[in-house]
Design a protein around this ligand. Structure first.
Ligand code: LIP
Length: 255
């Protein structure tokens, strides 16, 4: 299944790459939440190809009405993760596809066609970037850790969320090497998986933002939980905290 998934996602990557350099029609789903005709085109392409190739799975996708779908044997798609980057030609943008069997992680693929980086993982078979095995960093010290985070779209409308972002930043920034905000949760998880970042945290993510990156990260030896240190659950948890495992408790303590 993994090989076939990758070849379909690479085809979809051509649409993303074409759109990245083209004039785009942008509409707003919420005050800060963008969508383009390319998000829809990639999603439709993937849904059609996956339904044909993998009939035993339903497809839960960011731009679709998923209300009558049950999460079980499911392919969870984000056609463009990092849409704001895509619109502004910041090359940190990707297609994210997570496959779940009986609600359990199975295969994760994250593809950035602009930088030509394809992250892939199948449970118990390791994590890879462009076919080369990747693993998390060995840094045990929060103070020398490069971290990443993201800011929720609700920062424009929900003062509690905004205050929580600022509070956590104030607790963590003085106690780590530095913090990045590159704008794609799927890629942020892969950057922890490949050892670029020691850790990453963010609130209000949706299942399609993290469904694939979580599988890549755990196959690379990383750990992810909610902010209380409990196993992170798709469709439930407000916060994801993802690390190399070694700094996990220190990061949770500061959050
Ligand atoms: C986005 C992310 C980004 C995060 C936003 C949003 P989209 O996904 O991956 O890093 O901060 O909250 O979820 O909307 O570009 O698919």
């Amino acid at each position: 299944m993994k090989k076939e998934l990758i070849s379909i996602i690479k085809e979809a990557g051509k649409i993303l790459k074409e759109g990245y350099f083209a004039q785009k029609e942008v509409t707003f789903k919420a005050k800060k939440d963008l969508v383009t005709t390319y998000d829809i085109a990639i999603e439709n392409f993937l849904k059609e190809a996956f339904s044909k190739a993998f009939g035993d799975f339903n497809v839960i996708a960011e731009e679709s009405d998923n209300s009558d779908l049950v999460f079980n044997n499911s392919i969870i798609i984000d056609p463009i993760d990092g849409t704001t980057n895509f619109v502004n030609q910041v090359p940190h943008t990707c297609i994210s596809v997570g496959v779940y069997k009986n609600k359990k992680p199975y295969i994760g693929i994250v593809y950035n066609p602009i930088l030509d980086e394809l992250y892939s993982a199948e449970v118990s078979k390791g994590a890879f970037c462009n076919g080369n095995k990747i693993s998390v960093s060995k840094d045990e010290n929060l103070m020398t850790s490069l971290l990443s985070t993201g800011f929720p779209y609700t920062s424009a409308t929900n003062e509690d969320d905004l205050n929580d972002v600022m509070k956590k930043m104030k607790n963590i920034l003085p106690n780590c090497q530095d913090i990045r905000r590159l704008g794609s949760a799927a890629l942020d998880l892969c950057y922890v998986a490949r050892g670029t970042y020691e850790g990453y945290y963010e609130m209000n993510l949706k299942a399609w933002d993290v469904s694939a990156g979580m599988i890549v990260l755990s196959e690379a030896g990383g750990r992810f939980t909610n902010e209380k240190g409990e196993p992170y659950k798709l469709f439930r948890d407000k916060y994801i905290v993802a690390t190399n495992g070694l700094i996990h408790d220190s990061l949770l303590n500061k959050l």
